[in-house]
Design a protein around this ligand. Structure first.
Ligand SMILES: [Fe+2]
Length: 318
């Protein structure tokens, strides 16, 4: 396994699935969860419109990496203020800004399938963002105070909210790649049992997946709220979990008494492209890593994201 800044997962990021088996922070009927806003103010504006239109008792949780591309102090500050009006948990970006670990780089904990050049660019993006955030010490203090995970109840069902996976803030066990394996599904089902949760909602690994598991449980990863998640699209995704289904979901599944859905965040693509290019023109690190995805989406489809049954575990050798 490669090591070094951007690869390793700092010890302070680890909590373990049993930590999610905690008293609920609050109870509600409908939960919106937006991970990976990545400093996109256009996506934030659209997300808040969608959330405002939601009827009934509700809460909005930003589960980390709401900052990333917003490397100017004014936008950083405005996004931070909006997020702090709702619930939030820390992602690796916020953690490395507010509580930096020596040698952690961007804190992404990138697995081996992500190339060294991309990891190096991520570390440099974080350094630039850190310089912008240094002008806003009050925002950094608010980030340092955020929890790494939250547990919520809806209709008597427990939903755990994390940034990475059940064990770590920057874990990759809930990536679509890992959940495409039998071992990955078995490990995820065990994590849900240890967390005593019906659903775990996460983000961090950049591609969405709604994975049904044994015991009528599920992992839902929204991919990114602030970047396209599917080929030839220009919208982000948020997760909606509710005791009530509601029209307009991109895809969804019933899990216990809960409706778990992926919701489109149709932001102003042209306006976002302009903002992004102002901050990160051709030749910059973020442009090299993300512009193609922002312009045309990743090679991934909604049919790959919705998985109504776990992958069977491979039989063990005798
Ligand atoms: Fe992350």
């Amino acid at each position: 396994m490669p090591d070094g800044p951007g690869r390793s997962c700092p010890l302070s990021y680890r909590y373990g699935a049993a930590a999610l088996d905690s008293a609920p922070a609050f109870e509600t009927e409908t939960l919106w969860i937006a991970g990976g806003l990545y400093g996109n103010p256009c996506a934030l504006e659209r997300l808040l419109e969608l959330y405002d239109a939601e009827p009934g008792t509700k809460a909005l949780v930003f589960n980390g990496d709401f900052h990333w591309f917003d490397a100017d102090a004014e936008t950083f500050s405005a996004i931070n203020a909006s997020v702090m009006r709702h619930r939030a948990t820390r992602g690796n970006v916020e953690t490395e800004l507010a509580l930096p670990e020596s040698g952690a780089g961007c804190g992404c904990g990138y697995p081996a399938w992500v190339g060294d050049e991309e990891v190096a660019r991520s570390n440099r993006i974080l350094e630039r963002l850190r310089r912008a955030a240094a002008h806003r010490p009050e925002a950094l203090r608010s980030l340092a105070a955020l929890p790494m995970h939250l547990t919520v109840t809806l209709g008597g069902e427990r939903v755990a909210i994390v940034h990475g996976d059940a064990d770590s803030l920057a874990g990759w066990d809930f990536s679509q790649e890992r959940l495409a394996t039998g071992d990955g599904c078995v490990a995820a089902a065990e994590a849900l049992r240890r967390a005593r949760a019906r659903v775990i909602a996460c983000s961090h690994t950049c591609l969405p997946v709604l994975q049904a598991l044994d015991d009528d449980t599920a992992v839902v990863n929204n991919g990114a709220a602030g970047m396209p998640n599917f080929e030839r699209t220009h919208f982000g995704l948020a997760t909606r979990i509710s005791v009530r289904p509601r029209g307009g979901a991109m895809y969804g599944a019933r899990v216990g008494r809960l409706q778990v859905e992926a919701r489109r965040v149709d932001y102003d693509h042209a306006a976002w492209q302009r903002r992004f290019l102002d901050w990160w023109p051709a030749g910059s690190d973020a442009h090299a890593s993300y512009h193609a995805r922002i312009a045309g989406g990743p090679r991934y489809s909604p049919g790959q994201a919705l998985r109504v049954a776990p992958v069977a575990a491979a039989p063990r050798a005798a």
